[in-house]
Ligand binder design. Structure first.
Ligand SMILES: *Cc1c(COP(=O)(O)O)cnc(C)c1O
Length: 395
C-alpha cells in the first residue's frame, strides 16, 4: 500500500476548519493560563504520565498543540497509533534507547548505520551493551535482557537494504526499530512489515529544505507514552516553529521524493557506465544486492546513491573541491543536490576498522539527489571527475 498525495496534503489538518483557519496555527506559548488549581494539577498529572493530550497544556515542555498536530500527521502517514517528535534524530534515538531500557540493557544492531547512531551505541554513554551482527544472525544473539533490535534500511551510507520482515521474525518478542530516514513513508512503511518502531531524522526529507533539525518516532501508543515521559523529563523538545515548517513540507513530500528519485536514477545509470567510477551503490540499478528486498519492501529505490572513485581519499577530495552546482555538504533529502565523503565526515566517528569492513572506504562519496535538471548535475559531476589528476587516480 502506497501513500497518495491526498493523504500527505491533509494529514494532521482535520481541526483547521473547526478552528476557522486555513494555514497551520503556530502556538509559541511557553506557559498556559490555568482554569483552576485542581484541573491544572489533573492536566499536569496526565502529561507527566505520558498521555498525548490534556485539558490544559500547562507548560510547553509537557505539550504543544503545533507539535502535536505534526505528530498526528506523521502517525497517520506511517500507519502508527502515535508519533513523538524530538529536537533531532539523535534525540529521538536517545529517547527510544532510554524508553526501552526497562526491558534490559542489551541492544542488537546491524551495520552499517548512520555514523553518530553507531557512535552512540558503541560509546556506552547510555549504558547499553551492543551486539553487532549481520541481518541473518539476529536470532542467535537475542537474550533475556535484549531491549531492542535496531536496523537502518536503506543504510547510510552504502545503501544496503535489510529485510525488515525477516529481522522481525528473528527478533521474536523484542521490538524492532527501523531507521527509515532514507526511505521516507512514501517509499517504505516499516510497521506494515512487522516493525514496532520507525525512526526518522526529520532533518532530511521530512523537512526537505535544509532549514530544520528534528527527529520523530512512530510507534504504538504504549511506547509513545514512555517516549513522552522521557521527553518531559529530559527536555529534547521540537520547537513549534520547526513543527510548523515540517508540517508545511508534508504536502510536497511525495512530489519531492519521486522527482529526486528520478534524478538519482539518471545519475546512477551514467555513473555506472563511466570508467572513472570503480563502483556504484544504488538499489535501483540492475544487478545490485537486495533487489528482492526492494521489490517486497519499498515503492522505489530512493534518491541517495554512493559511488567509489579510483584513487581513494585523494581523488574523492578532488571531486568534492571541483564541483560547482552540487554542494559539498553533509545531510541529505533537501531540494538541492548534496554530496559528502562518509569516511571523512558522517562516519568519521565510526572506528576505522569498522568503516573499512562495512564498505566505507576513502574513495566513497555519497550523493543525495535534489530536484535539479539531471543533465546539468551530470555536467557538473563529469567536469569534477575530469579534474582528478592522473596521479591521484593511479594512487
Ligand atoms: C542524519 C541521520 C540521523 C541523525 O539525525 P539528526 O537529525 O542529524 O540528529 C539518523 N539516522 C540517519 C539515517 C540519518 O541520516
Amino acid at each position: 500500500m502506497t501513500l497518495c498525495h491526498t493523504d500527505l496534503v491533509h494529514a494532521g489538518r482535520e481541526q483547521l476548519r473547526e478552528l476557522g483557519v486555513h494555514a497551520l496555527p503556530v502556538d509559541l506559548s511557553t506557559t498556559y493560563p490555568l482554569d483552576g488549581l485542581e484541573s491544572g494539577t489533573a492536566s499536569l498529572d496526565r502529561l507527566v504520565a505520558g498521555h498525548g493530550s490534556a485539558d490544559n497544556p500547562v507548560y510547553a515542555r509537557l505539550f504543544n498543540p503545533t507539535v502535536d498536530r505534526w505528530e498526528r500527521a506523521i502517525a497517520q502517514v506511517e500507519g502508527a497509533e502515535a508519533a513523538v517528535a524530538f529536537s533531532s534524530g539523535m534525540a529521538a534515538l536517545t529517547a527510544c534507547l532510554l524508553a526501552v531500557s526497562k526491558r534490559g540493557k542489551h541492544i542488537v544492531a546491524v551495520r552499517p548505520v548512520y555514523g553518530t547512531s553507531d557512535h552512540l551505541l558503541c560509546s556506552g554513554l547510555l549504558g547499553n551493551e551492543v551486539s553487532w551482527v549481520a541481518a541473518d544472525e539476529v536470532a542467535a544473539v537475542i537474550r533475556e535482557d535484549t531491549a531492542l533490535v535496531m536496523i537502518e534500511t536503506p543504510a547510510n551510507p552504502t545503501l544496503q537494504l535489510v529485510d525488515i520482515a525477516a529481522v522481525v521474525k528473528q527478533a521474536g518478542a523484542v521490538p524492532v526499530l527501523v531507521d527509515s530516514t532514507f526511505a521516507t513513508p512514501v517509499l517504505q512503511q516499516p510497521l506494515r512489515h512487522g516493525a514496532s518502531i520507525v525512526l526518522h531524522s526529520a532533518t532530511k526529507f521530512l523537512g526537505g529544505h535544509g532549514d530544520v533539525i528534528a527527529g520523530v518516532i512512530a510507534c504504538s501508543e504504549n511506547l509513545a507514552r514512555d517516549l513522552r515521559q522521557v521527553r518531559v523529563a529530559t527536555g529534547a523538545l521540537l520547537h513549534p516553529w520547526a513543527a510548523y515548517l515540517l508540517h508545511r513540507s508534508l504536502p510536497t513530500l511525495k512530489l519531492r521524493v519521486e522527482r529526486a528519485q528520478q534524478v538519482a536514477g539518471a545519475l546512477a545509470a551514467r555513473l555506472a557506465a563511466d570508467s572513472r567510477i570503480a563502483a556504484v551503490h544504488y538499489p535501483g540499478l540492475p544487478g545490485q544486492a537486495g533487489a528482492d528486498i526492494l521489490q517486497r519492501q519499498m515503492a522505489g529505490p530512493g534518491s541517495l546513491l554512493a559511488f567509489e572513485v579510483h584513487g581513494g581519499h585523494a581523488a574523492a577530495a578532488q571531486v568534492l573541491e571541483a564541483l560547482r552546482l552540487i554542494t559539498p555538504a553533509v545531510s541529505l533529502g533537501s531540494v538541492d543536490t548534496l554530496i559528502q565523503h562518509p569516511a571523512g565526515l558522517t562516519h568519521r566517528v565510526v572506528e576505522a576498522d569498522n568503516r573499512e569492513r562495512f564498505g566505507i572506504g576513502g574513495g566513497l562519496l555519497r550523493l543525495s539527489a535534489g530536484l535539479e535538471d539531471p543533465d546539468l548535475l551530470w555536467n557538473d559531476l563529469d567536469q569534477a571527475l575530469a579534474s582528478v589528476k592522473a596521479a591521484a587516480r593511479a594512487a
